[in-house]
Design a binder for this molecule. Structure first.
Ligand code: ATP
Length: 958
């Protein structure tokens, strides 16, 4: 349902309902059938020109306080507040009231000051002049090339080119401004008005004399206002006729070079009256919504012809602006402009972003595409370079096709769309497309566009989640259901120019494609009148049901949605009056110009737009065909948020699991530690057991040694036994027997458990030893042998201890578990006290062994020293004695010891021992033997202690 805005509402408020046409006089219904412009006739016929605004189309001046005024309330010109003065006698009210009947808008100094005079904008046009000129619009053929038009009779219907753009009295004042800059000015003006009706009327600038091009919604209030002067049928027919949504403008390019005075005389361009008239052959007057003369810049063109359309697009309507005209007449100049004089496209971009800034309650998403139709092929200008192939064919891009569906209408696919977030970004994208567009020099234009270029800006918008609801309530026109996404499209099209045959083949090929597509466009537009009448009146039987060849060219196919009424349309036709500077002859140039003007007239008369604001889709965004990126993004954002939450939860869970794992790990480590300690204990026990075994074995060994030394006063060892055998064989039996018995005694020790072979024999010293023994014959030789035997014995024991230690280590490494088992059993079997006692006992044994070892070492040292002294004595006592024949080996061995041995409190001198009488010597020998025994005992003890200390680190582990 259409919501009617209050007239004094700010212009930026979007309408809420479909956009109907401005209620204008439906000229066709009032004109005779003969007055229709035939598609085949290029020039407007007099009949067409004679189309007049019917009285029914003219709104009556409403009462400021009441909408129920009757025709009697229609003011005369005299009643109207216009400097045009009273209506001349004889003029019918119908013809003269159209403009002057309405009160003038309040004059604000700011309006004229801030805006250049415009025939299109109430806020910017000096009203008096404007009104004067409009009152004069009509039959006069006299053309004044100046902007200051003279009063003329009303223009024929054909010239009713929608001159009243933005000035309809039926439109809310806030929507009547044509430029962004004027918004605030106009608003201010309207807000100062005492009442809505007044404000509505005050903005009227006599627009009912024309086909009223305005992009306004028909509001309730508008309808009420019109009810004063219109029947319901008239109103309905006006609503059906969507002319208000189509603007046709003509722009005249300045001549280049010398002006042709003849042509100057023939042509009249009256910007204020929006009139172009030609007095030459096939001439006529052509009225449009806007006529821009050579003085007008691009800003003015944009403000009047495109600005409001652009804002409507931002509100949800589809909009199409295209430039049409002969080559070189300024289409590209108008659409793109220059750095100092920006054209429609850059100005529209600026406005789009201004609108976004002004509309904080909504959020927008913009995407842009840019294509060209070159030689009936569509190229994507944003998809990288387009390569030229053979015969002018293009390559390097996937072929782009036109498709159609009920939602999107006709669209090109696949086409690159870029999402843009700033004016600069959007301009840059378009500049990139411009660079890729086909341009070539022709004899008509040094930089002629060889293709139709289409910029499409898709605008998606949605109410902001936490938007200012209050402000929306205040403004019904912008009130929308929250959540829905509105998608609208602004198409900005720079057509290639129609042209005569060109020089080169390539240009001719291009030209033929361009001309063909433009011809198709003309045909479609011409035939639209039949379509319109089919929907509206039954009068035009001739044109009824005419074929609309949209599919005959890609251009018309692409423009189909706009031409068939789904879009607001603004057509800018460019012409050049003089042919100077053009390669075309004056005649053909004029013909082309007239063709352009006729095209514009047909477009104005035939294109009917019933553009409606795009629905707000509440799509879930999952649908792949959904066009609304905002929807898709919203769904994607929701999905990502959900994933984020899941990840957070998962993270929490992971942390919990991790903590749990850490606890378990700690428990495991603790358990391992306990187990390790147990194992260490087991190992310690195993070591203790092995030590016991070693010590036991040592004890056994030392016991046998002790037995040999202490009990029999003899050096008992296997080596000595062997030695004794040797000596026995040599014939000296006395000491041998004693030793022999000792040896036997040793062998007879029960439970020794050690084989005889495990003790290495003492190395023999050969014949020299025998000689020495034989020479002295007093046991000195046997002492030497004893020393050797003791040394050997000591070495044996050390080796044995080493072996046992090795075994202990091996046992610890390789079979600790087995040992642990057995030990644990053993441990279980014994109590702690028993183990400690055993350890203490073993320690005591080790101490005694150590002491024995030390004794042995001392004894060895003493014997060695004694032997050396004896040698010295022999050397001194008798020259040439056997001592002089001692080997160097013996000498060096004797030199090792320097031990003073004390026996019974007095030092025993080995020299004395060797030189004393025999009895003494025996006594001394016994003492020495005893002493050696003690020393041996100490020596063994020391050695064992050393071994034990080597094991200490292990035992410390316990
Ligand atoms: N209103 C104008 N004021 C000044 N110069 C203009 C105007 N219109 C066009 N021109 C100049 O005329 C030349 C041709 O203009 P433009 O290229 O825009 O023509 P066109 O209609 O796009 O031609 P084509 O169809 O061959 O591409 C350019 O040099 C341009 O600067």
């Amino acid at each position: 349902m259409t919501t009617l805005p209050r007239p004094s509402r700010p212009s930026i408020a979007p309408p809420t309902g479909p956009l109907p046409a401005l209620p204008v006089a439906k000229s066709r219904s009032n004109a005779s059938p003969a007055s229709r412009t035939s598609p085949s006739t290029l020039l407007p016929s007099p009949a067409t020109a004679s189309r007049a605004v019917s009285s029914s189309a003219l709104p009556q001046r409403p009462s400021p306080k009441s909408h129920s005024s009757s025709t009697s309330n229609v003011p005369t010109l005299a009643a109207a507040d216009t400097p045009a003065g009273p209506l001349p006698p004889g003029k019918s009210l119908r013809k003269t009231v159209s403009i002057g009947a309405f009160p003038q808008p309040p004059k604000h100094a700011g309006r004229t000051a801030s805006h250049p005079p415009s025939p299109l904008s109430a806020s910017s046009t000096p009203n008096n002049d404007s009104m004067d000129q409009r009152l004069s619009a009509g039959g006069s053929k006299s053309v004044t090339p100046s902007r200051e038009g003279s009063i003329r009779k009303p223009a024929p219907r054909a010239s009713l080119g929608g001159r009243s753009l933005l000035k309809s009295p039926l439109t809310p004042p806030s929507l009547l401004n044509g430029s962004g800059e004027s918004v605030s000015v106009v608003n201010t003006g309207h807000l100062s008005l005492p009442s809505p009706p007044q404000s509505r009327n005050s903005s009227a600038q006599g627009s009912y004399a024309t086909s009223a091009t305005t992009f306004e919604d028909v509001t309730e209030e508008d309808s009420r206002g019109r009810s004063d002067s219109k029947t319901a049928a008239d109103r309905n027919s006006l609503l059906k006729d969507g002319k208000g949504n189509v603007i046709v403008s003509v722009r005249v390019r300045p001549d280049v070079g010398v002006k042709d005075s003849k042509q100057e005389l023939e042509w009249d361009v009256n910007a204020k009256r929006a009139l172009v008239s030609y007095q030459g052959k096939e001439g006529g007057e052509y009225y449009y919504d806007n006529v821009f003369d050579t003085q007008d810049n691009n800003r003015r063109v944009y403000d009047a012809a495109a600005k409001r359309l652009v804002r409507r697009v931002m509100e949800g309507y589809h909009g199409t602006v295209f430039a049409y005209g002969m080559t070189g007449t300024g289409k590209t100049f108008s659409m793109q402009g220059t750095a100092t004089n920006p054209g429609v496209i850059p100005l529209a971009i600026t406005d789009i972003f201004s609108y976004i800034r002004e509309t904080p309650q909504r959020e927008f998403l913009l995407r842009v595409s840019y294509l060209e139709i070159y030689n009936e092929r569509i190229n994507d200008l944003l998809a990288g370079p387009i390569q030229s192939g053979l015969n002018g064919q293009v390559g390097g891009q996937e072929e782009i096709k036109l498709r159609e569906d009920s939602k999107r209408g006709v669209y090109a696919t696949p086409l690159k769309e870029e999402i843009v977030q700033s004016p600069t970004q959007l301009l840059r994208v378009i500049a990139r497309g411009d660079n890729a567009r086909r341009v070539a020099g022709t004899q008509f234009n040094a930089r002629s566009s060889r293709s139709h270029a289409v910029v499409q800006i898709v605008v998606e918008s949605r109410e902001r989640a936490g938007g200012p609801v209050g402000s929306l309530k205040e403004n019904k026109r912008s009130a929308i259901a929250p959540g829905g996404v509105r998608v609208s499209t602004l198409s900005l099209i720079d057509l290639a120019g129609s042209e005569k045959a060109a020089d080169s083949k390539e240009r001719r090929t291009e030209g033929s494609h361009i001309n063909k597509s433009l011809l198709t466009l003309g045909t479609v537009i011409a035939n639209l009148s039949g379509e319109k009448d089919k929907a509206g009146s039954e009068k035009d039987k001739a044109s009824k049901g005419k074929h609309l060849p949209y599919r005959d060219s890609k251009l018309t196919r692409l423009l189909q949605p706009a031409l068939s009424g789904n879009s607001l349309v603004s057509i800018l036709c460019t012409i050049q009056i003089g042919s100077s500077g053009s390669a075309a002859t004056a005649n053909s140039h004029t013909g082309e110009t007239l063709n352009t003007l006729k095209f514009a007239s047909r477009a104005k008369n035939n294109i009917v737009s019933h553009a409606k604001k795009a629905d707000e889709s509440l799509g879930n965004g999952v649908d792949a065909g959904s066009r609304a990126l905002l929807d898709r993004y919203r769904v994607e954002i929701q999905e990502l948020r959900r994933q984020l939450e899941e990840q957070n939860k998962a993270k929490e869970t992971t942390t919990e699991v991790k903590e749990k794992d850490e606890e378990e790990e700690k428990a495991r480590e603790l358990e391992d530690k306990h187990r390790h300690e147990e194992q260490m204990l087991e190992m310690q026990l195993a070591r203790t057991a092995l030590k016991e075994r070693i010590e036991h074995l040592n004890r056994l060994i030392l016991s046998s040694k002790s037995l040999g030394v202490n009990a029999n006063r003899s050096f008992s060892s296997m080596s000595l036994q062997n030695r004794g055998s040797l000596l026995s064989n040599a014939g000296d039996t006395r000491p041998i027997s004693a030793r022999s018995s000792a040896s036997h005694a040793t062998l007879e020790v029960p439970g020794h458990g050690m084989s005889h072979a495990s003790f290495p024999t003492l190395p023999l010293e050969g014949s020299e030893e025998d000689d020495s023994l034989g020479e002295n014959g007093d046991g000195i030789a046997s002492q030497t042998a004893q020393i050797h035997a003791l040394q050997s014995d000591l070495a044996d024991k050390n080796r044995y201890i080493g072996t046992l230690e090795k075994r202990l280590l091996q046992a610890r490494r390789s079979s600790h578990s087995r040992v642990s088992m057995s030990l644990s059993q053993k441990l279980a079997a014994s109590d702690d006290g028993g183990v400690n006692a055993a350890i203490a006992e073993r320690d005591a044994e080790i101490s005694s062994l150590r002491a024995q070892l030390e004794d042995k070492e001392r004894m060895i040292a003493a014997l060695t020293s004694a032997g050396r002294k004896r040698d010295n004595a022999n050397d001194i006592g008798s020259d040439g004695s056997p001592a002089s024949r001692r080997t160097s080996h013996q000498r060096s061995e004797g030199s090792n010891g320097s031990v003073n041995v004390k026996v019974k409190g007095s030092p025993i001198s080995p020299v004395g021992l060797l030189s004393s009488p025999k009895a003494e010597r025996e006594q001394q020998l016994a003492d020495v033997t005893r002493m050696l025994d003690e020393m041996l005992s100490q020596r063994v003890d020391n050695a064992t202690g050393a071994r034990r200390s080597s094991l200490r680190p292990v035992s410390e582990d316990r």
